[in-house]
Design a protein around this ligand. Sequence first.
Ligand code: F6P
Length: 373
Amino acid sequence: MTKKTGILTAGSDCPGINATIRGFGKAAKLNFDMELVGFKDGFRGLISNQIIDLSGDSLSNVLTAGGTILGTSREVPHMVKGGAEVVDKTQDAVAVYKEHNLDGLVCIGGTETQEAALYLQKAGLNVITLPKSADNDVPLTDVTIGFDTATDIATEAIDRLHSTASSNHRIIIIEIMGREVGWLTLGAGIAAGADVILIPEIPYQIEIVASAIKDRQSSGKNFSIVAVAEGAYSAELEAFFNRSIKINRNVHYEESAESGDEKMTQLKKRYSGETLLLANRLEEATGIESRITILGHLLRGGSPSASDRVLATQLGTRAASLVDSGEFGVMVAFQNGETVCVPLGEVVAADKRVPMDHPWIIGARQVGTILGD
Ligand code: F6P
């Protein structure tokens, strides 16, 4: 009997999402004779039953295209924001799924999508997810769709900044996306030979960074490139957050203290915006003129790299086989060169910060890169 599967893309976009939709969709139609229902703008389209036609040639000519043909949003069914209110619309999603007589739902997205999918699975839907993220922050997969392309873009940007920094004898600070994890900054920083790499996992000491830049100057290198993740922060700020958490604990009791802790931790996780301050302080401490470049959403635009297209095709086609064989409640991940299934509960419970003993950290230190600690 023909199976009917829903598909949506949620969270922020990145290169390789269309290649994933195509990988899944073509395998689903050609090999398993499935019928597809595309939902518009992520979970928002699922809740409100907004459909995109995926029949005919709709999956041709999308392999190389950036963005997502389905559209996306950060909306998740269990927490829909309507003004000041937050409403649980899980049952709306369940109703639409039933209305279309779906046998399964494929969700392509980042960490928030994995969590939303787990909620839907608990509500009784057959769900499979695929990990995409320019930041590479989805746990239990070695790599996410979009990460390789973003690393290439950031690497090329740092390469280009080298010549201008060197000619003008400046410090150039390049801010790279990554609020909670530093994979992208670390990978591109290593690939392009940044002199300093600052990531959220290592709170940095301004004095250490300034002194390394001054040492470079003394050895005749009159410029420095600093690659900084948007979520990196100084050890001073880390101490400030820790103090605030303690003070909060002392003035509140039990439940409210715990929710205060949680709010503070979320604030710290979401913190970004230190780059301007970092530039000013480095200029002050070294006497070297400083400039900033913020790559922002450039990292998420345009055509996917060859690696991302291959990864997207592998993960997408594997997801189609899983739907056909009725295996749900998992994320299709990439581990040690193979596609594997990881239970959604495990994905949501884990995190993917750069470990301090990771070979990239060790390698960066061994070539003399300053990591700010
Ligand atoms: O989560 C991926 C990411 O690109 C982060 O690195 C960045 O902080 C965030 O998305 C930006 O989100 P938005 O596109 O919603 O502004």
